[in-house]
Design a protein around this ligand. Structure first.
Ligand SMILES: Cc1cc2nc3c(=O)[nH]c(=O)nc-3n(C[C@H](O)[C@H](O)[C@H](O)COP(=O)(O)OP(=O)(O)OC[C@H]3O[C@@H](n4cnc5c(N)ncnc54)[C@H](O)[C@@H]3O)c2cc1C
Length: 386
């Protein structure tokens, strides 16, 4: 009971703090991907409220609630973290900062980074001062990620990196990239890879945005031409990068799958359908089924998070969560498009559904495709024969 009382007290003080400190424009439903704060040296806040909200949350370490306080995090327990998320959801508070540094690199550094790397990189991530991008995929290495060919040659106190990455989300806006590089060309492919951190302003790094049919350029080709990378930027062991890459992917997949939980830009499906005045019984039944699936998925996600307490990630189950979450998300958007009829095809303007619907198609590709997730589930969870 002592624990429950402590948690109840934490809930009350958190609710009061959020009420007082979350600016009004940072609350409420219906916000789009364009309004997300990504941080970084070149970040231009879209409003004063966005800046204030980030500063206040970062000062409490609540942009990274579970990280240790010595690295700028909130030092919260799993139970407190859940309470914070619930209280934020209750007032519709937006996530103050997203996400590659916080949700992908950060956990990997906490697990595999040196003390110096943790102290140098984690606090700026918490404060939104350093934006990261992910240099995994290459033209010849996507699903077969261990086939990366970007190479890092040992040159004494530094590596010289040459090669190309592709589909690097926001590489043209990031301050730094974490990259998989080949450091031993003779070893079996999984055993010759290292995980390095590269400043995007280093001489020899360049990016070329890939323009999509939507007119947006969310990702780039990234080129490395004789880039000098200090040895201190190697994370973990030389040629030991594959274990770090896989660990980080479990966090990425959990994050992408988790996008399907609960609300959609702050809106529950049933309320959207209700607003649209749809009384088609088939669509209504589909909507209820999808909402129940969404709730069940949310509970499953929580169950795995509880089981993975102590920040160990969820391991191979992340493939299951990614597969189920992204397929569910696509199903939800398909449903809303069906319910919206021709008006759902609107491309521009607040709450326009069509671009979001098309974006969900990428969910089951990024971070590993659904087919690849099914392969992992078959081999490593169900232990089916090859
Ligand atoms: C929106 C978005 C953002 C991205 N951001 C980044 C990023 O920031 N950094 C980064 O490094 N990468 C990023 N990616 C790349 C992403 O990780 C790759 O697209 C993904 O891993 C698939 O690789 P590929 O595109 O090379 O496809 P391929 O590996 O060529 O796959 C092509 C098709 O073959 C199927 N396939 C391949 N192998 C198997 C198999 N063993 N079993 C069954 N089917 C198989 C796949 O399912 C797919 O349908 C992003 C992708 C998207 C869509």
């Amino acid at each position: 009971m002592v624990v429950d009382n402590a948690l109840a007290h934490f809930r009350a003080s958190t609710a009061a703090w959020l009420e007082e400190n979350c600016p009004e424009p940072m609350r409420g439903a219906g916000w789009s991907e364009d309004e997300i704060c990504w941080g970084g040296k070149r970040w231009q806040f879209t409003s004063d409220a966005q800046r204030v909200w980030l500063e206040r949350m970062a000062a409490k370490g609540w942009t990274a609630p579970r990280w240790p306080t010595e690295y700028g995090g909130g030092g919260l327990s799993r139970a407190q973290d859940k309470v914070l998320a619930e209280e934020m959801a209750r007032i519709g508070a937006r996530t103050p900062l997203e996400r590659i540094g916080l949700r992908m690199l950060g956990p990997a550094l906490l697990e595999f980074g040196s003390e110096a790397q943790k102290q140098r990189y984690l606090p700026p991530i918490v404060r939104g001062e350093m934006r990261w991008c992910q240099g995994y995929s290459e033209p010849g290495a996507g699903s077969d990620l261990a086939g990366v060919q970007t190479r890092a040659e040992d040159a004494g106190d530094h590596f010289v990196v040459n090669g190309q990455k592709v589909w690097t989300s926001y590489a043209d806006k990031a301050d730094a990239i974490f990259a998989l590089v080949r450091t031993d060309r003779d070893a079996p492919k999984h055993k010759g890879i290292s995980f390095v951190l590269i400043d995007m302003e280093s001489e020899g790094v360049s990016t070329r945005p890939i323009r999509l049919i939507s007119g947006k350029s969310p990702f780039c080709e990234t080129f490395f031409d004789d880039v000098r990378v200090p040895k201190e930027n190697l994370v973990g062991e030389l040629n030991g990068g594959w274990a770090i890459a896989k660990y980080l992917l479990t966090h990425e997949r959990e994050m992408i799958g988790g996008g399907a939980r609960g609300l959609l830009g702050g809106r529950a499906i049933s309320s959207i359908l209700g607003d649209s005045g749809i009384d088609d019984p088939v669509i209504a039944a589909d909507a209820l089924r999808t909402e129940v699936d969404t709730l069940a998925f949310g509970l499953t996600m929580e169950r795995y998070k509880d089981a993975a307490e102590a920040g160990q990630g969820v391991g191979d189950a992340s493939a299951m969560l990614k597969y189920a979450g992204t397929e569910l998300n696509k199903q939800r958007y398909d449903l809303m498009m069906a319910a919206g009829g021709s008006s759902a095809l609107t491309w521009d303007g607040e709450g326009a559904l069509a671009p979001e619907w098309l974006r969900t198609k990428a969910n089951s590709i990024e971070g590993g495709t659904s087919e690849v997730m099914l392969g992992i589930i078959a081999r490593r969870i169900l232990e089916l024969p090859a």
